[in-house]
Design a protein around this ligand. Structure first.
Ligand code: PLP
Length: 403
């Protein structure tokens, strides 16, 4: 045993146990998921796809990957699924590799408005190797679909990403499908943040409107760190070889051997996320986000949101980081984030981002959200931080992390 690491893992377990994670992209995976990730499946090389591997000894792996694919397709209503992407970022790069040549035009939402780096941000390979045009949000922080339509008609991108990391509103998939249709572009729904809400049936599934769906599996979906790419019926109608193109882009285009331990955990997570209990969980995530937003507003704070699992809080010009640090000191873990129309920058943002998937997994409901909201308001009011910290700890002890 490597005691150094064992002790550090234990230290981190205690940190998770004794703090409240309000980071909307984090969650606590089940023991079944974690056990699968740590299983002997990690020992095997399985380059290729089920029935078409480059190494011998993969018959069990074929069964596992096929099971993950079948469960995932059913859960998200997809015609084809690739479960091999190592994470969300390589999944999006694989989509671009499948659909566009370097230098061709793509379109996505600005990072500062709530989009993701891999949707064409200038520091990302997706913004460096492709010509990227980006849309933002209006003053209330909402996507203006007429503006997106104007941009798309002017620029004619080949691929359009819709999907967000810090956007508290629902996306109008139908409008996006019309926008993509107007220039015959491929439309990709990146549901990384909301895939648990889609699986739980509490927000709309974009599968009926888009060509491709990408998602991480470790956020609201509560699975292992990994990702999938799905091709919809519309996608295959637009391009009958779309599934083949996606598979080739993932392997051998971008990756080598798939992480079969992760893929087995994905199969478990898809089964869990299709359960009645998970639908109740997803519903509670939304109720909790609304309750938290309400309490923060009642405390005089400026809140953007919320249709989904997250909200953005305006904490004053460039005060995002110091606010996040102050909250961490009382055991409330959040991240600094830009807010709509931020006069600061990504390095010095004026907001924080809060989300409810993780605390909802711990069993907390509206009453606890009100408590947490009040504690956050008290931090802003400059109340005694030690006292607040002990109240946070008491909530943590009442709602342990799943073991
Ligand atoms: C989290 C996220 C990603 C990237 O996932 P990683 O696993 O961190 O690479 C991509 N797109 C969106 C919308 C995300 O929220």
């Amino acid at each position: 045993m490597d005691n150094l690491i064992v002790n550090l893992v234990e230290k981190e377990r205690k940190r998770q146990e004794e703090t409240l994670s309000l980071i909307p992209s984090e969650n606590y995976a089940s023991k079944a998921v974690r056990d699968a990730v740590g299983s002997v499946l990690a020992n095997k090389y399985s380059e290729g796809y089920p029935g078409r591997r480059y190494y011998q000894g993969n018959s069990v792996m074929d069964e596992i990957e096929n099971l993950a694919i079948e469960r995932g397709k059913k859960l998200f209503k997809l015609e084809h699924m690739n479960v091999q992407p190592y994470s969300g970022s390589p999944a999006n790069l694989a989509v671009l590799m499948a659909l566009v040549e370097p230098g061709e035009k793509i379109c996505g939402m600005e990072l500062s408005s709530g989009g993701h780096l891999t949707h064409g941000h200038k520091v990302s390979v997706t913004g460096k190797w492709f010509k990227s045009v980006q849309y933002g949000v209006n003053k209330e922080g909402r996507i203006d679909c007429d503006e997106v339509l104007d941009l798309v008609k002017k620029e004619s991108p080949k691929v359009i990403f819709a999907g967000t990391t810090a956007y508290p509103w629902a996306i109008d998939w139908k409008k996006f499908s019309k926008i993509a249709e107007s220039v015959d572009a491929f439309l990709v729904a990146d549901i990384s943040h909301i895939s648990g809400l889609v699986a739980g049936g509490v927000v709309e599934n974009p599968a009926d409107y888009v060509h491709i769906v990408t998602s991480t599996t470790h956020k609201s979906l509560r699975g292992p760190r990994g990702a999938f790419i799905g091709v919809t019926n519309n996608g295959l109608e637009k391009d009958e070889s779309l599934a083949v193109k996606i598979d080739r882009a993932v392997f051998p285009g971008l990756q080598g051997g798939p992480h079969m331990n992760t893929i087995s955990a994905m199969a478990i997570c898809f089964e869990e996320a299709g359960s009645h209990e998970f639908a109740i969980y997803a519903k509670q995530i939304l109720k909790n986000a609304k309750a938290l937003a309400e309490e923060l507003r009642a405390g005089g704070l400026k809140v953007f949101g919320t249709d989904n699992h997250l909200l953005l809080l305006d904490v004053g010009l460039e005060k995002g980081r110091e606010t996040a640090l102050k909250l961490e000191n009382v055991g409330i873990v959040v991240n600094a984030n830009t807010i709509p129309g931020d006069a600061g920058s990504a390095m010095k943002p004026s907001g924080i981002r809060l989300g409810t998937p993780a605390v909802t997994t711990r069993g907390m409901k509206e009453a606890e959200m009100k408590k947490i909201g009040k504690l956050i308001v008290r931090v802003f009011a400059g109340d005694n931080l030690d006292k607040i910290k002990s109240e946070v700890l008491s909530i943590c002890h009442t709602y342990p992390c799943p073991n």
